[in-house]
Design a protein around this ligand. Structure first.
Ligand code: RB5
Length: 154
């Protein structure tokens, strides 16, 4: 894995639905404590909402270059990933282990991380997030494959 020694400071867009609200708030604080600039796209309460609305906000931030990475939390992370991948330029991955977080960056150049607020503990999600943000894209043989993924948008 190509993990860098220190976390480079980045602009990160984050959102959730009601099932991910609590962890989203905790992860936004965690990122801010590390010095990252956080765009918190909501929601601001744990009232019931529809996850595609929030996936779209973060996905557009990443696709438009307003943020380098996106983080989305729902019950499983699955719906957020499916929705975010509909936005051109986004490679969203639903991750439940740090190992897969590293591989999603190294092999797939993932730019949106989706997390489970119901099935994965906050401490594990913090490790996943750390790994995601500190692992670089491997390039080389992966470059053409990622280019082929992106060509599927056309
Ligand atoms: C909400 O109940 C739940 O469906 C949502 O948080 C998410 O898990 C969808 O993938």
């Amino acid at each position: 894995m190509h993990q860098t020694e220190r976390v480079a400071l980045m602009k990160i867009s984050i959102a959730a639905d009601h099932a991910g609200f609590e962890q989203k708030e905790a992860l936004a604080d965690y990122l801010q404590q590390q010095g990252h600039e956080v765009i918190n796209r909501g929601p601001s309460t744990d009232d019931r909402v529809d996850y595609p609305d929030f996936a779209a906000l973060v996905a557009h931030d990443v696709a438009d270059g307003a943020a380098e990475y996106g983080v989305l939390v729902c019950g499983t992370g699955i719906g957020m990933a499916v929705a975010a991948c509909k936005i051109h330029g986004v490679r969203a991955v639903n991750i439940i282990t740090p190992e897969f977080a590293a591989l999603s960056r190294e092999h797939n150049d993932a730019n949106v991380l989706t997390l489970s607020g119901r099935f994965v503990e906050l401490e594990t999600n913090k490790k996943i997030l750390d790994t995601f943000l500190t692992t670089e894209f491997g390039g080389g043989r992966h470059t053409g494959r990622v280019a082929k993924i992106m060509a599927l948008e056309n």
